[in-house]
Design a protein around this ligand. Structure first.
Ligand code: NAP
Ligand code: HSE
Length: 436
């Protein structure tokens, strides 16, 4: 009979429930793969009265009962949030035990110290589920790309935002209703403003930058999908684009560019048909060229598949007596802040700008003049019909421009009399790699 490894499961909600299901359903296959039987010995929850798919004598609401149990071989952190989760991970690592986590918030904010602690203790800190739920992007960048240099990446990293935009476009429902549906399906964070505001995607992009570029830098541009209205979907479609919540990372002689924001992507591009809660990361390696990793980015079982893959790797390493390899040599674990971050104003791309203006003679000339004066050139311009009364909607697409120049032109227009409310500005990106 093979040996047994004991797991301490911290959290038993959407993801924790999926992990328990897979560990039970695939127990024999996992034992054969790992060389040890995996036993979930203890499960930490907040509310002991809820029904759980685990024997009552294994459940506890006392963190010490799990974290101080010396018989536990590895911990799985799926409680979410920041303070308590960070404390649990630290305590486990301090005790010299490996940790598997799905917590992008904690790793984005405290990765440097946690990876350092894991390295010091010679244990693994695995996080496949923290980026893109079920898609194997951590393994791809860490292992498959070990001999290559990733120069750019573009992804849809937040399942909730993508689901919300897809439902608004396909089913014509409003944002609030779409968010409720995402919450019901278990995609959204406990606080969905982290999804809608772009912060969850920014945490994931920070981790991707560690894995792909070996840098530990903040993401300076983080914009959510909150400002997108049904009219933007209609105009985007009219120009041959759709609106997607993007995360972008690029390295060049100018430095490292990191940004999260919704953007127009051409309907023919690889990310245009990534819909619902699906995630994708398109990246380009110097040797490999383009590569796309695509799949379910949220939800109980897809995310649990990634968590259990990490459990299997960590357990296998324990059985082989080679724990800690993932935190010693990898780019992600050794990432430094030793790189120039490209300031947002220096970014160059194309823009979609929707103005709400007074419908009076000379408006178009005012808009074009303000942009032209700052060196921003217009590629297309459309006015939406002529309303019987009230303001008009004018949408324009620019040629490639420096963000600082576009913002300066919009500031100039802000002071003009034609503007009725602040414009909606969306960048235009081409995830096929050809530049927008
Ligand atoms: P969830 O459904 O809210 O589950 C959280 C679990 O942790 C619950 O069992 C909760 O107990 C327990 N918990 C929370 N705080 C605790 C505390 N202080 N002490 C003890 N137990 C505590 O969350 P989730 O959706 O599974 O997400 C878990 C983690 O996975 C998060 O970091 C999230 O960002 C990440 N993630 C989620 C998804 C997804 O699709 N949901 C995908 C990728 C990554 P009770 O059940 O008693 O409330
Ligand atoms: N709330 C996250 C999302 C869960 O919607 O993508 C997966 O990380």
């Amino acid at each position: 009979m093979s040996r047994e490894l004991r797991i301490g499961l911290l959290g038993c909600g959407t993801v924790g429930g999926g992990v328990l299901h897979l560990l039970k359903a695939q127990a024999d296959a996992l034992e054969a793969h790992v060389g040890a039987r995996l036993d979930v010995a203890r499960v930490l929850v907040r509310d002991a009265s809820k029904s759980r798919p685990v024997a009552a004598d294994r459940l506890t609401t006392d963190p010490a009962a799990v974290l101080e149990d010396e018989k536990i071989d590895l911990f799985v952190e799926v409680v979410g949030g920041e303070t308590a989760a960070k404390g649990f991970i630290e305590q486990a690592l301090h005790a010299g035990k490996p940790v598997v986590t799905a917590n992008k918030l904690v790793l984005a904010k405290h990765g440097a110290s946690l990876f350092g602690l894991a390295r010091e203790k010679g244990v693994d800190l695995a996080f496949e589920a923290a980026i893109g739920g079920g898609i194997p992007i951590v393994r791809t960048l860490r292992d498959a790309m070990v001999s290559d240099r990733v120069v750019s990446l573009m992804g849809i990293l937040n399942g909730t935002s993508n689901y919300v935009l897809t439902r608004m476009l396909d089913d014509g429902i409003d944002m609030a209703e779409a968010v409720r549906a995402a919450q019901d399906k278990g995609f959204a964070e406990a606080d969905p403003s982290a999804d809608l505001g772009g912060h969850d995607a920014a945490h994931k992009l920070g981790l991707l930058a560690r894995l792909a570029f070996g840098v530990d830098l903040p993401v300076p541009t983080v914009e959510g999908i909150d400002a997108i209205e049904a009219v933007d979907h209609r105009f985007a479609a009219r120009f041959g684009y759709c609106v997607k919540p993007l995360a972008i990372g690029r390295v060049s002689e100018r430095g490292v560019e990191l940004r999260v924001h919704p953007a127009l992507v051409p309907n023919r591009s690889v990310l245009a048909n990534v819909n619902g809660e699906l995630n994708a990361v398109w990246f380009e390696g110097e040797g490999l060229g383009p590569c796309l990793v695509y799949g379910r980015g949220a939800g109980a079982l897809p995310t649990a598949v990634s968590v259990v893959a990490d459990i299997a790797d960590v357990a296998r390493a324990l059985v082989a007596g080679v724990g800690g390899l993932s935190t010693t040599g990898t780019r992600a674990a050794q990432a430094t802040a030793d790189a120039r971050a490209v300031p947002p104003g220096e970014v160059q791309t194309r823009y979609y700008v929707r103005f709400t203006v007074d419908d009076q003679p000379g408006v178009m000339a005012t808009l074009a003049g303000a942009l032209g004066a700052r060196g921003v050139s217009i590629e297309q311009l459309v006015q939406d019909g002529r309303p019987s009364e009230g303001p008009a909607t004018v949408v324009l697409l620019t040629h490639r421009a420096r963000e600082a120049d576009l913002r300066a032109a919009l500031d100039d227009l802000n002071a003009s009399e034609v503007r009725v409310k602040p414009p909606c500005v969306l960048r235009i990106e081409d995830p096929s790699g050809g530049g927008a």
